[in-house]
Design a protein around this ligand. Structure first.
Ligand code: AMP
Length: 216
């Protein structure tokens, strides 16, 4: 049975980190709309240029751009299962995802909701540093690189994302509460919502997530 997951949670809840680990373990395609947008910006594509201003403010990028990325990824990109990390982020996207999956004759297994308090989110995100090349994540207090400012994996420079500055983090949280959190009700009504306590360690969250997936 194909495992198709949606990860929902505030920014900084660890969705991306967990999605990478779980995708590797269960051989799923990891589809992060945030990473795709950052790639589009780096490549200088028209959608990247349009998206950048929204991202720098911490606002949602227009649905038309996001839906095209997801449509391409799911139509061309995957035959096995998938994890959608950071998508959907509002009800329009959730409804459009349902339509796309119906067209592709695929179904969602679960929507996983990552629970973490707002204060913890602010501490995690404002201290986060990201490799400018391979996107590996670090933290100034909890997860330091071996050499200050340098990625352990590829030796490139670590940077603070523009949208991890405190004022933008607060806006991203406000956007999350207004637009994305209502999706909890959307997936609860469909009977596919699972909760994960995302305030514990990376290892504990990953173990909880694995058992949720294995229990089915
Ligand atoms: P993330 O890396 O998932 O935190 O996403 C970074 C930024 O990309 C967000 O703050 C949004 O500006 C944009 N973004 C990512 N995914 C979406 C989405 N599904 N809908 C709208 N904007 C998105």
């Amino acid at each position: 049975m194909e495992v198709n997951l949606v990860f929902i949670g505030p920014p900084g809840s660890g969705k991306g980190t967990q999605a990478k680990m779980i995708a590797k373990k269960f051989r799923l395609m990891h589809c992060s709309t945030g990473d795709m947008l950052r790639d589009a910006i780096r490549n200088g594509s028209p959608s990247g240029i349009e998206a950048k201003a929204y991202m720098d403010r911490g606002d949602l990028v227009p649905d038309s751009i996001i839906l095209k990325l997801i449509n391409d990824a799911l139509t061309i990109g995957s035959s096995g299962g998938f994890i959608l990390d950071g998508f959907p982020r509002n009800e329009t996207q959730a409804v459009e995802l349902d339509k796309l999956l119906q067209k592709l004759k695929r179904t969602l297994s679960f929507a996983v909701y990552f629970l973490v308090p707002d204060d913890e989110v602010v501490a995690r995100l404002t201290g986060r540093r990201v490799c400018c090349k391979c996107y590996a994540n670090y933290h100034v207090s909890y997860s330091k690189p071996r050499k200050d400012g340098i990625c352990d994996h590829c030796g490139s420079e670590l940077i603070q994302r523009e949208d991890d500055k405190e004022v933008t983090v607060r806006n991203r949280l406000a956007v999350y509460h207004k637009a994305t959190k209502p999706l909890i009700g959307y997936y609860k009504d469909k009977g596919i919502l699972k909760y994960i306590d995302a305030s514990s360690s990376i290892g504990d969250v990953s173990r909880d997530l694995e058992s949720v997936i294995k229990r089915g």
